[in-house]
Write a protein that binds this ligand. Sequence first.
Ligand code: ZN
Ligand code: ZN
Length: 373
Amino acid sequence: MATSSPVVAASAAKAATPAEAAAKLGATYPHEQMATRPLDLNPAHWYAAIKWHYDGGTLNWPMIIYIGLCHYWAVLGLTRLATVHTYTLLWAYVLWPITGLGITAGVHRLWSHRSYTAGPALRCLLMLMNSIANQGSIFHWARDHRVHHKHSESTADPHNAQRGFFYAHVGWLLCKKHPDVVKEGKKLDFNDLKRDGFVMFQRKLDPWFTMFMCFVFPGLVAKFGWGERFWDAVWVAGFLRYIFVLHSTWLVNSAAHIFGDHPYNEQWPAENPIVSFFAVGEGWHNWHHQYPYDYAASEFGITSQFNPTKLFIDFFCVIGMASNPKRATSSWERTKMKRDKGVFEKSNFVLCMEGYAARGADAAEAYPAKKQD
Ligand code: ZN
Ligand code: ZN
């Protein structure tokens, strides 16, 4: 069993930079190599990580099989790209922003953060767009995301980026939740979601409604719309498009938590324009974690920061289907003035490092489910 002493954790808490802290804390997560947070390609580390979870019984087998099969069917979609109808390609392409906005404008900025208010017609539309994206129900996505914000970069973060790129990207779905995630999730209030009929409708039919909307519905549209072969449309506009949008969303948790600038908060996460492109405006993540209630999830307007999601919400505000978009630019102005005077607020990262030090955290505490040697 790998352990680390409180001395190690305490020294990490005093580390000057995130890289130094991660290097010192590496010993507490030997299986996920915290010291190499960018994607670790060493096969020995992968073997150690997989064996660690296998021995501990913490692998989530249904999810491993589901995500594996979806990738296989997406590869089948790749092989059909040259033979399907042009309209099928266009259909798969437009489903990228449609489903992306169902995540960003829908479950993220509306349901998770309440950064603006949407009327019933827009909520219904966003619920349908979100269902085609098929990233779990709105209720479960928003629940995990609120826990992520409250406890980012700690053991209670569902996709704790301190455990490396792969874990933050998809690994967190392939193994069982850390007990702290479940514990902290129970403390948060989700009554606003329970009061929303569209959220509850989708949750009640989960996962069958979202699976139908994500895979079967695009196939039916292509078959009856322009005579495409049903299964070819399912592989291309269903699975291939699904996997592409899924990875684009996951990049927010992995790449945008690891690579980029930190203008608003000196620690992770980061501002990442490449992630913003794939995730339709969601890569300005350093700002977003500092001001999660900001509906734009970025400081500047759409001309200087790529942000189709902001444009989408602005449009629905103009036509009266959404209202009350909140901004954080004046809060940021006040913080800048404080900083100029030398007053700094502790980030989540610093607070979590202090938490590790206080608890003398080690790998056994992190994963109590692991069998002891
Ligand atoms: Zn985040
Ligand atoms: Zn968020």
